[in-house]
Design a binder for this molecule. Sequence first.
Ligand SMILES: *[C@@H]1O[C@H](CO)[C@@H](O)[C@H](O)[C@H]1NC(C)=O
Ligand SMILES: *[C@@H]1O[C@H](CO)[C@@H](O)[C@H](O)[C@H]1NC(C)=O
Ligand SMILES: *[C@@H]1O[C@H](CO)[C@@H](O)[C@H](O)[C@H]1NC(C)=O
Ligand SMILES: *[C@@H]1O[C@H](CO)[C@@H](O)[C@H](O)[C@H]1NC(C)=O
Length: 334
Amino acid sequence: MALRTALPFAAFAAAAFACTDILLPLYVYPGGAGSATPDWQAAVDAIKSNPETHFYVIINPNDGPLGTSDPTGNNGGYCNAGPDGIPHGCNRDWTTHLGAINALPNAQTLGYVYTSYGNTSGRSTADVEGDVLEWSQWDTAPTWAAGATANISIYGIFFDEVSSSASSAPFYRDLATYANQTFDAKSPADRGLYSVFMNPGTNPDRDFEAALFNMSSAVVTQEACFTTRPSSDCPLPYTPFNSQSLAPGNGLPYDLDLLGQSSILVHGFADPGGATVATLCKQIEGVISLGVHSTYFTTGGWNTTTSTPATIGMVAHLISEKNNVRSCPSGCYA
Ligand SMILES: *[C@@H]1O[C@H](CO)[C@@H](O)[C@H](O)[C@H]1NC(C)=O
Ligand SMILES: *[C@@H]1O[C@H](CO)[C@@H](O)[C@H](O)[C@H]1NC(C)=O
Ligand SMILES: *[C@@H]1O[C@H](CO)[C@@H](O)[C@H](O)[C@H]1NC(C)=O
Ligand SMILES: *[C@@H]1O[C@H](CO)[C@@H](O)[C@H](O)[C@H]1NC(C)=O
């Protein structure tokens, strides 16, 4: 297993072993004045219950922060900056519950930005950069609590719909450079808590791999579906996810030195396909034993965290347990 970080101080020796972090696409409406929605609350609870595990939490109101309000959106958008006078942070529902996540020391929020596979006629560079700039401007904002403000800062960007072709290298290098400079200009002191993820959802082409990893903190080299039943969420053609099948060029980088920057996302952890807690444990164990940067499993799509068996509580528990395998070499949880 590759060491991801080599911290020079003996006092931090335990932290020098590579741990797999959680990359959580939290494409969920946060909830109203009184309380968070169950799916959002489950995420907060899991972050709190696993304090030794780092959570990258992707915030996605409506396919990005600048999308107009879309009450019918699958992602439960409602990112409306207008009526309650919140210039950044959509509205008080978002500021209140985002503030609760930012208050947790092991959570790092990332802003969602889609890039239409580098096809600028699908999405202009100005729109993509506009999203990045908007995310960088989330700072503090009023919440539902009278007179209170919350820290709604975003600590990096999750670029989605990333091209896997080397011909897109200049586009993404410019974008990563823009994001880095924009966030650096915002808060140089916070740069320790700043990451750029690229999500091609599959292996970047071999001749793009070195460059894409070099411009990113981490790259999602596989975003896969577990169940064997195709649906709109798991459209054909696909091969159901199995951690045993991961190999260089098939979900893992060709250059295995890059494993520690590689991320694996699995949705549709449902039947048919043998979706039990025991299988989930085996699959998570298989991913973690590779020493990848981060992972996440979910039973539905990215808009639910509470469907069994791969609830966020169970997934976070299993990932934390498997990260600790040296001190706790028990078999799989069942
Ligand atoms: C969740 O997203 C899927 C598509 O990924 C959609 O079919 C479903 O209706 C969504 N559910 C909710 C509650 O928004
Ligand atoms: C906001 O919260 C983050 C932790 O998520 C912290 O690193 C940062 O310093 C906080 N910023 C302010 C202005 O409190
Ligand atoms: C990696 O990025 C640095 C700048 O951040 C650049 O100098 C270097 O040439 C890049 N290497 C590769 C393999 O792309
Ligand atoms: C952007 O910042 C990330 C995180 O610090 C770094 O890994 C990456 O190499 C940078 N990309 C460029 C193009 O400078």
